[in-house]
Design a protein around this ligand. Structure first.
Ligand SMILES: Nc1ncnc2c1ncn2[C@@H]1O[C@H](COP(=O)(O)OP(=O)(O)O)[C@@H](O)[C@H]1O
Ligand SMILES: [Mg+2]
Length: 436
């Protein structure tokens, strides 16, 4: 007997009693209603009651209803047929196309199963992927197999910058692109779909959405489902993958909401403690293996513009490069609104970007720092009181700040300004022209 019975329903939490044949944590159960409502076992109580989550928030389940075990965890479809498709957290289609479940040619994969085998990435030579965006190519070079974070408060341009990156590099990418929408606006997903379709990029893209209209169970799962399919393509088909996620902070938020529903006690900074290890596990899976690579770009929303938020800090530790977008810069009309002093990358080293780029980056950083400290002085004594060399450096820094602003292709329809792209060589030459 693999049957249980629903004994309580509260919010998304459904308690199911099993007299024998207990399900396992992470198992999918199916209720006996017409919708065959899916319940995900979150944990098991000592008295044999399974604490489950109502994954689709379906209202038609009732106390006393029978529930069947499936013996399986969450499985998503894999393989070539998933390319060009849009899925939800459970691998069901969000485009109008048929579901891939039950297709005899399609194998499925458990999303929590972490691939074994060689995941240590042996780099021969770091490969720089040019983005055409000056500020990124110069300060946070996009290196195959590494992780970039785009961090900032609401409305500072994280999504626009992510879309521009997809626009610029997906088309030059021979591999596969992934886009995962986590807890953001639904409209943005439609817009991305239309852009990719227009530019004939759907054939190289897989998309997953668990946006803000979805419940926290789906928002907490969708990133994991997407990573799992990316792992499939990396390991089984040897692909190089560009993985975009907007917004990784929403994953943490969804986990936190679930913690609250499940009655867990938050600790550090209002976050439930296991969230940090879950984030680590997810970030570790966004890695490369001896078969293929995953290069990840993720946006991170900063609550109340506070960069010291513990969750934001935690994700930052997992990244190779951090692009900080700031409201103060945006208010000056500079786009992309990058805070150049807070933006950093561990990949700006001579062996990765070359001596010329490295030396320029050190010079630029020092000019920007000088600019920052001179700003305070100028506010008190005025620019004319500066020494001639300070004044010259100040002017150079201002030119640099202006130089690193750039018009985006993806906002052409919004503001009528034609988008621009630059090679890394053009960017370096442009910097040299200003500072020498
Ligand atoms: N690089 C840019 N160029 C022009 N406008 C921009 C740019 N970045 C952001 N914007 C404007 O700011 C709005 C909010 O940007 P968005 O990327 O959605 O913010 P976030 O994702 O950080 O909340 C956009 O709808 C657009 O009007
Ligand atoms: Mg956004």
């Amino acid at each position: 007997m693999n049957k249980g019975v629903i004994i309580s329903i509260r919010d998304l939490i459904v308690l199911v009693r099993f007299d024998d044949a207990q399900p396992f944590t992470g198992e999918i159960l199916v209720a006996g209603n017409k919708e065959r409502t899916i319940l995900l076992v979150d944990n098991l109580r000592d008295d044999g009651v399974a604490i489950c989550l109502n994954v689709r928030s379906e209202q038609s389940i009732q106390k006393g209803m029978a529930v069947e075990r499936t013996g399986k965890g969450i499985e998503i479809p894999t393989g070539p047929k998933t390319v060009g498709r849009i899925f939800d957290a459970l691998g069901q289609p969000l485009d109008e196309l048929p579901s891939l479940y039950g297709d005899p040619e399609v194998k499925t994969r458990n999303i929590f199963k972490i691939p074994t085998g060689n995941t240590s990435f042996t780099v021969t030579k770091p490969q720089i992927l040019e983005t055409g965006i000056k500020v990124i190519d110069f300060f946070t070079p996009f290196v195959k197999g590494r992780k970039i974070g785009i961090i900032g408060g609401a409305g500072v341009g994280k999504t626009v910058l992510t879309m521009e990156l997809i626009h610029n590099i997906a088309k030059s990418n021979a591999g596969l692109s992934f886009f995962t929408g986590i807890g953001e606006r639904i409209r943005e997903g439609h817009e991305l779909f239309e852009t990719l379709k227009e530019r004939d990029l759907l054939k190289n893209t897989c998309m997953f959405f668990g946006q803000m209209n979805e419940n926290p169970v789906q928002r907490a799962l969708v990133g994991i489902s997407a990573v799992s399919l990316a792992e499939y393509f990396r390991d089984e088909e040897g692909k190089d993958i560009l993985f975009f996620a907007d917004n990784m902070y929403r994953y943490i938020q969804a986990r936190n909401e679930l913690g609250t529903i499940l009655g867990q006690i938050p600790s550090e900074g209002g976050y439930e403690p296991t969230i940090f290890s879950d984030v680590k596990v997810l970030q570790d899976r966004l890695s490369s293996s001896d078969k293929g690579s995953i290069t990840a770009v993720q946006t991170i929303y900063v609550p109340a513009d506070d960069l010291s938020d513990p969750a934001v800090q935690m994700i930052q530790h997992e990244l190779d490069s951090i692009i900080v977008l700031s409201r103060e810069v945006a208010e000056k009309g500079i786009r992309p609104a990058v805070d150049l002093l807070r933006t950093s990358s561990s990949l700006l080293s001579p062996d990765i970007v070359g001596d010329r780029h490295y030396v320029l980056s050190v010079q630029v950083q020092s000019l920007l720092q000088k600019h920052e400290s001179l700003r305070g002085i100028i506010a008190i004594i005025g620019e004319n009181e500066l020494s001639p060399s300070d004044r010259a450096d100040y002017a150079k820094a201002r030119k640099l700040i202006e130089f690193f602003s750039q018009k985006m292709h993806v906002t052409e329809d919004l503001n009528g300004n034609k988008g621009e792209s630059f090679t890394r060589e053009q960017t370096l030459a442009g910097v040299e022209e200003i500072i020498v």
